[in-house]
Design a protein around this ligand. Structure first.
Ligand SMILES: Nc1ncnc2c1ncn2[C@@H]1O[C@H](COP(=O)(O)OP(=O)(O)O)[C@@H](O)[C@H]1O
Ligand SMILES: [Mg+2]
Length: 238
């Protein structure tokens, strides 16, 4: 059986190398997969991505400026680590920021195209020889209410919401704001709670998830900010 390889990359600046690697790995009879579906010139999260991560032997994490900003790339890396897949980080740009959760791994620098063939051979060797998979443990602040005891799944709405949150486009979006709209009692808050508990979302936002209820009846917003600050390591006096 050929080894299955998942190539994780950012559309913005990792595509050329990703496609080149796929072609070359297939020449060496690996089964390489990458997501080429696009919405508005960008990527979105799909069930197909989940299935292909869960069934891969090795995930190649192409590290670039674009992947550092991408919830999708982060979600792919952390899902692979959580599922105990082997992750090999590959530098697209020599000076790209390296995500903290990949710091302990050996990097393969493919930023110089002049050395591409040498590095490709090293990479293939590395994939074939295998290596121990280190479990990745992390502390993630998570302050979200539970789903109601009689919670009914709404898979379509949930998937739609995941896709609107996890979307990479060409524009630089450092913050994503998503609002739910609908008549009172229709299930907006419960759906929001459910998405916070979703494993894809939790992987994509490893720094933590906070649920803050703020409205006309909120007497003291500062108290809520304090909760977030303290959980993230600030002292309460500050
Ligand atoms: N998916 C669901 N499963 C079970 N109960 C739900 C679900 N969605 C909503 N409810 C019930 O309906 C009530 C109102 O939903 P809520 O999400 O608070 O509405 P909204 O925020 O749109 O006003 C909840 O308190 C819960 O009892
Ligand atoms: Mg509500």
């Amino acid at each position: 059986m050929p080894q299955k390889i998942f190539i994780s990359y950012a559309r913005k600046d990792g595509r050329d190398l990703a496609l080149r690697l796929k072609t070359d790995l297939e020449k060496h009879s690996f089964d390489a997969w990458l997501d080429t579906s696009e919405i508005d010139g960008g990527a979105s999260w799909s069930k197909e991505i989940e299935i292909n991560i869960d069934s891969c032997d090795v995930l190649l994490a192409l590290i670039s400026t674009g992947s550092y900003d991408s919830e999708i790339c982060r979600g792919e890396h952390l899902r692979a680590l959580r599922k105990r897949r082997r992750v090999i980080p590959i530098l697209v740009q020599a000076n790209a920021d390296r995500p903290i959760y990949l710091e302990h791994l050996n990097y393969c620098d493919m930023s110089h195209s002049a050395h591409y063939n040498d590095n490709l051979n090293k990479l293939i060797q590395d994939i074939q020889t295998g290596g121990a998979v280190q479990p990745y443990e992390r502390y993630t602040p998570f302050h979200v209410p539970n789903k109601p005891p009689n919670y009914i799944e709404r898979p379509e709405e949930l998937q739609q919401l995941i896709q609107s949150i996890m979307r990479d486009s060409d524009q630089n979006r450092s913050t994503v704001l998503t609002a739910l709209r609908g008549m009172g009692g229709i299930g907006k808050s419960v759906l929001s709670i459910a998405i916070c508990h979703d494993e894809v979302i939790r992987d994509a936002f490893p720094d933590g998830i906070f649920w803050l209820q703020i409205g006309r009846e909120t007497p003291n917003v500062l108290e809520k900010m304090k909760l977030v600050g303290t959980e993230l390591g600030d002292s309460p006096e500050h």
